[in-house]
Design a protein around this ligand. Structure first.
Ligand code: SF4
Length: 402
């Protein structure tokens, strides 16, 4: 994929396993031309008892140029099982979309849903005992110290190919966006000094461009300010980009973010049942961030059930007023099994006609989209205004476009 994304989740998992006394090796297949040869070499030399596979996303979640990842992952799982008789445990950020469904689809032996850093060492230690489940629901609590195995990844290659390094300050999200698999997931923060140690270790191996891996940076304003203050003290020569939500912000935060090297914010916005306060917060957010010298790109999801075209036009006018650098508009809503919007749409017969690729029976592993405003209508609504981009129409990500 372009740009390639280093497997930060695997680095955290490997670090926590090694700290717990498990012998662990990462095989990163991102740049491999012959994945089976690379797998053969790794399995023959390392002789693992079990293989873990990460599922960062089920698919690219965009309707245009959608990429579905599970079939390729399944080929690797089948190979490891049949060629080497290995047991397979699957985890990763994408699993919470539907742990049972993904386990069944991939025909893996075990699956971990949720952040596995704390629980995976225990699960592995007990796999030889009689386990009465194949699905583990994992959660962390409190402020957690996590180790990270950076040395296993060829960062130079990622940077050469346009990738950037990542780090995370917390896991989970307390917001309730009706379409998002991370809505209302348990939040826990990392110690800012531990995060900064990770960044410094990455700087030491030549990384100076980062993207935050948190679902949204600003889960807690006080934490964000503490983190930025601690980072500022280090005077590192870095630049970084973040995802944020229109909540928990003030001018001081944006000023500090700018001083620590933040150059781009992708702001998550949707139009589902929003009050006037939401739109005025967004306006304030964009004005404040831009006044601090940070670029803002809006990722907008719209075209929800019962929304009228005139309402969408009004929202777009609201969004344009504070002059963000770009607005990525998406009217194709990817449905996942456990989200509120999926339950609402699938239980209303008048809405089912707007589904694309729905096989029935509540199955949503392969991409199913709700769409009531099609591509031509979007183009008319945005009236070819250059501030808008139709999400998925071109490849790439915000930090590579800006
Ligand atoms: S704020 Fe972002 S991560 Fe949180 S629920 Fe909404 S879309 Fe998901």
């Amino acid at each position: 994929m372009y740009p390639p994304v280093p497997p930060v989740g695997l680095e955290y998992i490997a670090g926590s396993l090694i700290s717990a006394g498990h012998k662990t090796e990462i095989v990163d297949l991102c740049f491999t031309e012959n994945i089976f040869k690379e797998i053969d070499d790794a399995v023959i030399s390392f002789k693992p008892d079990i293989a873990g596979i990460t599922v960062r996303n089920i698919d690219s979640a965009l309707f245009l140029n959608n990429e579905f990842f599970l079939d390729e992952i399944k080929i690797i799982i089948d190979y490891l099982k049949h060629a080497y008789g290995l047991k397979i445990i699957v985890g990763g950020a994408g699993i919470i979309a539907d742990p049972e469904g993904i386990l069944e689809y991939l025909k893996a032996d075990f699956i971990v849903s949720g952040p596995a850093e704390k629980d995976l060492p225990y699960i592995l230690s007990n796999l030889n005992n009689e386990l009465n489940t194949r699905i583990f629901y994992s959660a962390c609590s409190g402020m957690v110290i996590l180790d990270r195995l950076i040395s296993a990844i060829d960062y130079k290659k990622y940077i050469e190919k346009g990738g950037v390094a990542g780090f995370e300050t917390h896991k989970g999200c307390s917001s309730s966006c009706c379409y998002c698999i991370e809505a209302n997931t348990k939040v826990f923060f990392k110690n800012p000094n531990d995060v900064i140690s990770e960044i410094k270790a990455l700087v030491d191996i030549g990384c100076n461009h980062f993207h935050l891996c948190d679902s949204e940076f600003n889960e807690n304003l006080e934490y964000c300010i503490d983190f930025c203050n601690a980072l500022k003290k280090e005077s590192l020569d870095i630049k970084w980009a973040v995802y944020m939500k229109p909540d928990n912000f003030n001018k001081k935060l944006f000023q500090l973010m700018k001083e620590t090297g933040v150059y781009l914010i992708t702001l998550t916005v949707d139009t589902y049942k929003k009050c006037d306060m939401y739109w005025s917060d967004i306006e304030r957010f964009i004005f404040s961030a831009k006044s601090a010298g940070i670029k803002v790109v809006v990722d907008l999801l719209t075209g929800f059930p019962y929304e009228k075209e005139s309402e969408i036009k009004q929202h777009l006018d609201n969004l344009k007023r504070p002059l963000p650098d770009s607005i990525n508009i998406n009217t194709y809503i990817r449905l996942y099994k456990n989200t509120c919007i999926s339950k609402m749409i699938l239980s209303d017969k008048t809405l089912v006609k707007y589904l694309i690729n729905y096989p029935g029976n509540g199955r949503l592993i392969k991409p199913v989209f709700y769409n009531q405003i099609n591509m031509e209508q979007i183009r008319q609504i945005i009236d070819y205004d250059s501030i808008f981009r139709v999400d998925g129409a071109e490849k790439g990500v915000n930090y590579s476009r800006i």
